[in-house]
Write a protein that binds this ligand. Structure first.
Ligand SMILES: NC(=O)C1=CN([C@@H]2O[C@H](COP(=O)(O)OP(=O)(O)OC[C@H]3O[C@@H](n4cnc5c(N)ncnc54)[C@H](O)[C@@H]3O)[C@@H](O)[C@H]2O)[C@H](O)CC1
Ligand SMILES: [K+]
Length: 510
């Protein structure tokens, strides 16, 4: 897991590093500038130029250090200073003075010789201090950097691409797009959320001497980036003295006329994610078509009576007996009484329950059922379903997904998987995990059903929350990435993701 900070927490850590741990800001800046210069040097070509564009704050100071070092290393450096010199922060002032012996004189933006392929532009205009849309000469400088990159120069951003909001990952207009971002101390939220993650290019998080102890714990507000080792480590190797009962029995309550495929995808994924047994509870009229997808599946026919309602409760409780996890929602026939039915089911079933698809739409009309649940509950909404659950317009909630997901999980005591580019897993304690796997090829019908099955299977095998959730999400996204590598993103369909799960397990069992 990689801890991810907001700009405020990063600044507090900066201060603590100086005040409590003997790492004053000028030293931090020198270390940051050196790391920045080394990455820039590695990206440049031997005869190439280095164009360092510095803003008025400490981000600019990092750039001034990098310019001095690149020059000392014999590189051809052009320096541009954006904004009034009298506005430079004290640390940046010092570094401007330190340039004296090098003879490096800042040039005006307009006078700069256009960079070419093989040249490197160091973007040190703004970092975590950006608080409003860049304007005037700052906006012009950012537009120059964007144009130079389009002309073939490589761009290395200091800490954060200038123009990117370092907490939300939303770009102001204009915003630098970088080939690499050298970030200092800890990852920032905006670098792991889209579109920020894409705008950063390859993120290198470098140690500049800020000890982990300098970061104040924020119980209930921590954000972590999930890494492959975390997900892989959650899947225990299989012992020889085990049997299918060891790996749990999942009940999938799903499917309806015309939507038997959703049930099959969810159930098949539960099998492909290691569940010992999977039973599908669905209307009698579709049970055979669901089971037709895999002889390994078992069926629990529900009497044909249209939408799921109270009349189905006794049968579903009987189906849920001796099960280790439930997945409810993919393709279910939803009606007036489905919310009440789910409420009763959640109150009486004590194993983990995954609510997906139309089960989410059903509970969104009475969120109280979540608090009344006897066992742990995981919701797996996409943004549209999240809008119905939260009452926020989709556009609104997408602006600060971390906050929306955290608030919902904490308020209702659930684990919430907010799907999308960089899916978020918010746990009831307020901690949010960011998932880096997955690709736009997975924006195709049925991939959500696949995730619900994987999640149900890991819960049935005894993984606890939130670990079961971020492991399922990571594996599901990686399965999609491996499948896209074989099929191409355009051709990817949900069944490929199911097959991709096997590639994940073989990769992790090595
Ligand atoms: N441990 C670390 O992370 C270290 C970080 N360092 C670098 O310091 C910057 C943060 O520096 P700061 O001075 O706070 O802000 P910026 O340089 O990002 O921004 C400059 C300055 O600009 C003003 N400002 C904000 N928005 C606008 C705007 N739209 N137009 C004009 N001016 C604007 C605001 O007042 C800012 O103060 C961090 O990213 C790192 O690169 C340290 O150097 C090393 C340790
Ligand atoms: K920057």
């Amino acid at each position: 897991m990689r801890r991810v900070l907001t700009a405020d927490r990063m600044r507090a850590a900066d201060r603590a590093a100086g005040e409590q741990f003997g790492m004053p800001s000028p030293l931090l800046m020198e270390n940051a500038g050196r790391e920045l210069a080394e990455v820039a040097r590695a990206l440049g070509s031997p005869g190439g130029r280095f164009l360092v564009v510095c803003g008025p704050g400490n981000n600019g100071g990092d750039g001034l250090v990098a310019a001095r070092l690149l020059h000392a290393w014999g590189r051809r450096v052009t320096l541009v200073l954006v904004g009034p010199r009298d506005k430079l922060t004290p640390d940046s002032q010092r570094n401007l003075l330190a340039l004296g012996p090098s003879g490096l004189e800042p040039q005006a933006l307009g006078a700069v010789e256009e960079p070419r392929v093989g040249d490197v532009v160091v973007d040190a205009i703004f970092g975590t201090g950006l608080t409003r849309p860049p304007s005037g000469e700052f906006a012009k400088a950012i537009e120059h950097v964007r144009r130079w990159r389009a002309a073939g120069a490589k761009v290395v951003a200091a800490d954060v691409p200038s123009g990117l909001h370092s907490d939300t990952g939303a770009p102001f207009e204009p915003c630098v797009e970088a080939d690499a971002t050298v970030t200092f101390g800890f990852l920032k939220q905006g670098q792991v959320l889209e579109p920020g993650a894409t705008l950063c290019g390859e993120v290198r998080c470098v140690d500049i001497g800020i000890p982990a102890e300098a970061v104040e714990a924020h119980a209930g507000a921590e954000v972590f980036l999930v890494e492959e080792a975390d997900a892989r480590g959650a899947i225990a190797p299989r012992r020889s003295d085990t049997h299918k009962g060891t790996y749990g029995h999942v009940l999938v309550v799903a499917g309806s006329l015309g939507k038997s495929g959703a049930a099959a995808l969810s159930a098949l994924s539960a099998l492909r994610a290691g569940a010992g047994l999977v039973t599908v509870a669905t209307r009698a009229q579709v049970v055979e078509s669901v089971l037709g997808h895999a002889p390994e599946l078992m069926g629990w026919p529900l009497e044909d009576r249209g939408p799921l309602g109270r009349a189905d409760l006794e049968s579903l409780l009987a189906a849920a007996a001796q099960k280790d996890a439930l997945v409810v929602g993919p393709g279910i026939p939803r009606g007036e009484e489905t919310t009440a039915l789910l409420g009763e089911l959640l109150e009486r079933v004590d194993v983990p329950v995954v609510l997906d698809a139309d089960a989410l739409n059903a509970v969104s009309t009475d969120l109280g059922v979540l608090r009344r649940a006897k066992g742990p509950v995981v919701l797996t909404p996409h943004p549209g379903e999240m809008s119905r659950l939260s009452g926020l317009p989709t556009k609104e909630l997408q602006k600060d997904r971390v906050k929306v997901a955290r608030d919902f999980a904490r308020t209702h005591g659930v684990t919430l998987v907010l799907k999308g580019a960089r899916t978020l897993i918010a746990h009831a304690d307020g901690t949010v995990y960011v998932n880096p796997t997955g690709n736009p090829g997975m924006a195709t019908g049925g991939t959500g059903d696949v995730l619900s099955g994987v999640l149900g299977a890991l819960l049935a095998q005894g993984l606890k929350l939130p670990e079961a959730a971020w492991t399922a999400v990571y594996a599901h996204g990686l399965a999609g990435d491996l499948a896209a590598g074989r099929r191409g993103r355009l051709g990817l369909i949900a069944s490929d993701v199911v097959k991709g799960l096997c590639s994940v397990w073989t990769r992790w069992e090595r």
